[in-house]
Ligand binder design. Structure first.
Ligand code: 3PY
Ligand code: MG
Length: 257
């Protein structure tokens, strides 16, 4: 992905927000459609989706065709360099709870001097060696590193986590956070919202970009008003389900007339 696209993504976040869905479907057509609808990014999900590194290559190609930024949420740190090799513009890593874990993420995601990512220039991100070596290594560290904070330990260690260099966005996972409070799924429970708010405020004081997940209009309004810049709105499968429910309702209303 070009450096200019990442720069533009940053500019948008600094000036307001970016928005995009998680993707669990295995057909790249959904990624293209999200891009044509004006989404800024898609999060291709390896933590909770059936996608493999092999199938994700085509999702990333589709994202590039439709001008939407492809971020991959990996299942574990071991996948980070593999998804960057196939051209992911960013990586999102679940369940980070300490500065040590955050540092390990940066080490995996960045080449020297920022990290120790395994080196190979015969990969898709380097145009299979068609790109000049110097150009590849100059550009390759321009990727987004997003870590998910979604447990009580992450909150306890927040100050140290916020000091780790190389982290671009702190992402709050409301579902896992609710579980860590003994309230699984209750993402609008006051105790969950209070902790989310605390992370947002502490990150903003340090001028760190922050993201979270929401799956309805009310929570979208709440967290965008709170100044969250990376708005992860729902999931392709859920959006499709809601669209089908809407169509069904339209037909029921027409029949009732
Ligand atoms: C969570 O809410 O736990 C996430 O990981 C994002 O949906
Ligand atoms: Mg989670």
């Amino acid at each position: 992905m070009g450096m200019a696209i990442i720069e533009e993504f940053y500019r948008k976040m600094r000036n307001g927000y970016v928005i995009g869905p998680f993707m669990k479907t295995c057909d790249p057509a959904f990624v293209e459609a999200a891009g044509y609808a004006g989404m800024d990014f898609v999060i291709l999900d390896m933590e909770h989706g059936p996608a493999s590194v092999e199938s994700l290559q085509n999702h990333i190609r589709a994202a590039q065709v439709a001008g939407v930024l492809p971020v991959v949420r990996v299942g574990s740190c071991g996948d980070i360099s593999r998804v960057l090799d196939i051209g992911a513009a960013g990586v999102q890593i679940p369940q980070i709870s300490s500065a040590k874990e955050a540092e390990a993420v940066v080490r995996e995601a960045k080449y020297f001097p920022e990290g120790e990512r395994g080196v190979c220039r015969f990969v898709r991100a380097a145009k299979y060696s068609a790109m000049e070596k110097s150009e590849y290594f100059r550009k390759a560290n321009h990727t987004l590193v997003i870590i998910q904070l979604e447990g009580q330990q992450a909150l306890e260690n927040l100050n140290e986590i916020m000091e780790v260099p190389g982290i671009d966005i702190l992402f709050i996972g409301p579902y896992d956070l609710s579980q860590s409070l003994g309230l699984p799924g209750q993402t609008t429970h006051p105790a969950v919202v209070e902790q989310m708010q605390e992370i947002v405020e502490r990150a903003k004081k340090k001028h760190i970009l922050v993201g979270t997940f929401m799956d309805n209009k009310e929570t979208l309004r709440k967290w965008s008003n709170a100044g969250v810049q990376y708005l992860s709105y729902s999931v392709d499968t859920g959006i499709f389900y809601e669209a089908c429910v809407w169509v069904r309702k339209q037909m029921n209303q027409i029949n009732a007339c």
